[in-house]
Unconditional design. Structure first.
Length: 336
């Protein structure tokens, strides 16, 4: 894990799309010296995690981001790569967040297939129980996370480095120990999947729910029986509280019938078609309008404007949004 080969490989992964950032350029000026020193500190357990830079982003709601130094983020990338390579295969297929060949589009496709199966192509009623965990990243318990890591990893030196990353950040101390992992860390994405794999396992193995998907802390269960889904709420809530010290978000807990549309990862699914969520479309239009205004005054070039437009058209291509796609092309097409 602490070999020079792994560190240089992790650097190549880390620097993608970040080469123009000032802190990355500064680290890269003396890249070999920095990596050799980091390798020595990791191998001899002299590595210490620095403090975080705190700021807020709005995308679309305000989020508190904690950004580590380039040196620490390189260690995060190293740990993330190793843990993913070793442990990703233990996660269920329908854990969709921050995994290779997964994501929101796969989630929508898989949910469509589940809807068709459970409703036998619209012949039977289909209900969806949609749940979300309240302030998930802020409430991850450090002790529980470390126990879960130790169930899968026996390398004490690796565990010391991973523990240092976990202990580098906390939201608060509780009677049960420190809680909270930072949104800005790439390791937090893996820790989230490892932590909530316990929920996946409980739903699939204990509750025997066949039609279940999870994207980070947002998860959904399908059934023909609405009362069965209502029964599951208390059972899942009890498991989350007792085993993971988490709570369901009461305002984001709902049961929807297929005819009303099932809202999941930015899309609303019906029996035979998919549309993009209204607020997602509004945000898309606002950003394209802003980008086009910047293009007209020369702040961005035609290539950048076209890339932004094509990325949104790509998103819409996964839904039945031909009319909106055509309107955006007519309004913002600048390709020569």
């Amino acid at each position: 894990m602490t070999s020079l080969h792994q560190l240089f490989q992790s650097w190549d992964q880390f620097k993608r799309k970040k080469r123009k950032r000032e802190d990355v350029q500064y680290f890269e000026r003396h890249l070999e010296d920095n990596i050799f020193q980091l390798q020595h500190d990791l191998a001899t357990l002299q590595y210490k995690h620095a403090s975080y830079h705190q700021f807020y982003v709005t995308d679309p709601k305000q989020r508190h981001i904690s950004k580590a130094s380039v040196r620490d983020r390189l260690v995060h990338q190293l740990v993330y790569s190793i843990l993913t390579e070793e442990l990703d295969r233990k996660f269920i297929f329908h854990s969709l967040s921050c995994r290779l060949r997964k994501g929101t589009h796969v989630g929508v496709t898989q949910l469509q297939k589940m809807i068709q199966k459970i409703s036998t192509n619209g012949k039977l009623p289909c209900f969806a129980l949609k749940m979300d965990i309240r302030r998930f990243f802020d409430t991850v318990n450090h002790k529980i996370l470390k126990v879960l890591l130790r169930k899968n990893i026996q390398d004490n030196q690796a565990l010391k480095i991973i523990d240092m990353i976990i202990d580098s950040f906390k939201i608060k101390e509780t009677p049960e120990g420190a809680v909270g992992i930072p949104l800005g860390n790439v390791t937090s994405q893996f820790f989230a999947n490892l932590y909530l794999h316990e929920l996946d396992d409980f739903v699939k193995q204990n509750l025997r729910e066949k039609y279940y998907l999870r994207y980070c802390d947002d998860f959904i269960i399908l059934s023909n029986d609405e009362m069965h889904l209502r029964y599951l709420i208390l059972t899942i809530q009890e498991f989350l509280q007792t085993q993971l010290q988490l709570e369901l978000h009461p305002k984001k807990l709902m049961i929807r019938k297929l005819t009303q549309g099932i809202d999941f990862v930015g899309s609303i699914l019906f029996e035979k078609y998919v549309i993009t969520r209204t607020r997602t479309k509004k945000r898309m239009k606002h950003r394209l309008k802003e980008a086009y205004e910047n293009y007209l005054i020369g702040k961005i070039d035609a290539t950048s404007m076209d890339q932004k437009l094509q990325s949104y058209l790509g998103i819409l291509s996964h839904a039945n949004q031909y009319t909106l796609s055509t309107a955006l092309k007519n309004a913002y097409w600048v390709r020569k």
